[in-house]
Design a protein around this ligand. Structure first.
Ligand SMILES: Nc1ncnc2c1ncn2[C@@H]1O[C@H](COP(=O)(O)OP(=O)(O)OP(=O)(O)O)[C@@H](O)[C@H]1O
Ligand SMILES: [Mg+2]
Length: 406
């Protein structure tokens, strides 16, 4: 089973290309689901058929659905949140603070993606194609499982015993403590779902991101940042799709329209050439700007024709370069030397900034930060240096004599 995520800036053609790809994969004999997690659902408009919250077959081998985000939030989280608020307030936590503690950033999108993961795991489909919300949102969304799990883990287990004890003392009858246990269990289940979502998103054999862009400088710059950010999050980008390339007029063509197209195309080619040289290991496919709006399955299939045949469209599920690796490069005991390698295909715009925070390393690149929990051996080491090479970022470590023997 493969999960293909279509991400990119607003309006570049994510929905159109996700629907077209899904249609073409279905035609090639793969049982395919195309699902939208964008609250501004336009999958139905692109396919020109009604699309509901549950997967329904819209063509032979092709099912479609749009995640009902409101229902997910109202159903699962609101109840839990209310419960948690009451419990925290009961424990003497200030109302305002209780409210803050129960707001999880971007939970809606996250629940939508967890719903996609649930559908994917049903094992009915060979391919699940996901039409994501525009870049900024879906980026935050893709980083979320990790962020939220970390948040939950940090906030609640530490407070769990403390709050429980406090509640038992206050209420005397143990009912508040029981409610707290229920809320804590529900949070635990949410954290488990997020962990399973993260496992799915970071499995390069399963999940690949297609970044859609239009050949414009501003969009290309954002695409480079997105590649860095996704790589830092351990999510594999398996290709770029440059959409809306204008047709090049014949050399003999004269007149204003031909001149305009020639100039436009020359600019688009220049932007793509620069992008290709910045991201040498990512395949780029181009899709022409069609005169007629591609709406309805036949038109979408026509557009997807330029994305290759079924197998190529699916991408190869090769394991890829491990995004994070630790090597013992020499010495033994206190003289050991270790290298932590973080594969980042792109560090051109800003050099990464590194900071050691306890057992974690914070890597900031192109405005995105990722906290990497160090493998246990490196927690007893000190950082001795860092460098960037063609393959990514290398951080060197040596044992800390004060900690090593523990
Ligand atoms: N190659 C193309 N040729 C002609 N029209 C296109 C092409 N690709 C997309 N379009 C049209 O451009 C518009 C925007 O496309 P689409 O809705 O797929 O973008 P999107 O990235 O999903 O947008 P949003 O960020 O708002 O979800 C649509 O009207 C679509 O039909
Ligand atoms: Mg869209």
């Amino acid at each position: 089973m493969r999960v293909l995520l279509f991400a990119g800036k607003g309006g570049v053609g994510k929905t159109t290309l996700a629907a077209g790809t899904a249609g073409a994969l279905a035609v090639s004999g793969r049982k395919t689901l195309v699902v939208s997690t964008d609250p501004a659902h336009s999958l139905a408009d692109a396919l020109d058929v009604a699309v509901g919250a549950d997967p329904t077959e819209v063509d032979a081998g092709l099912s479609a659905c749009q995640v009902d985000i409101r229902a997910l939030v109202d159903g699962a989280w609101e109840q839990l949140r209310g419960h948690l608020g009451t419990v925290l307030a009961g424990a003497g936590v200030d109302d305002v603070l209780a409210e803050e503690l129960t707001v999880l950033p971007g939970l809606e999108e996250l629940l939508a993606l967890a719903e996609v993961a649930r559908m994917a795991r049903r094992g009915i489909w060979d391919v699940v194609v996901v039409d994501c919300a525009p870049t900024a949102d879906s980026l935050r969304l893709l980083a979320l499982p990790e962020a939220v799990s970390t948040y939950l883990e940090r906030l609640f287990p530490t407070h769990r015993r403390l709050v429980r004890g406090l509640l038992a003392g206050l209420a005397g009858d143990g009912s508040s403590a029981q409610r707290w246990d229920e809320a804590a269990d529900a949070i635990g289940r949410l954290a488990e779902r997020l962990e399973s979502l993260r496992a799915l998103l970071t499995d390069p054999q399963v999940t690949g991101v297609r970044l859609v862009l239009t050949p414009e400088r501003v969009v290309a710059a954002e695409t480079r940042r997105t590649v860095t950010a996704l790589t830092l999050q351990g999510i594999r980008v398996d290709g770029l799709i440059a959409n809306r390339l204008v047709p090049a007029p014949a050399v003999s063509a004269r007149g204003t329209a031909a001149g305009w197209l020639r100039t436009r195309r020359r600019e688009q080619d220049a932007v793509l050439a620069a992008l290709c040289s910045d991201l040498p290991d990512l395949p780029v496919t181009t899709v022409e700007h069609h005169a007629a709006e591609p709406v309805g399955l036949p038109a979408l299939l026509g557009l997807a024709g330029s994305l290759g045949e079924g197998a190529a469209m699916l991408g190869d599920a090769r394991p890829g370069v491990p995004l994070l690796a630790v090597e013992h490069v020499g010495g033994s005991g206190l003289d050991s030397e270790y290298v932590l390698r973080l594969a980042v295909s792109l560090l051109d715009e800003t050099d990464p900034e590194l900071a050691r925070v306890g057992d974690e390393i914070a890597v900031t690149s192109a405005g995105h930060r990722r906290l990497i929990t160090l493998p246990s051996v490196l927690r007893r080491c000190v950082v001795t240096g860092a460098e960037v090479d063609g393959a990514g970022l290398l951080v060197r470590f040596r044992p800390d004599p004060a900690l090593w023997m523990r």
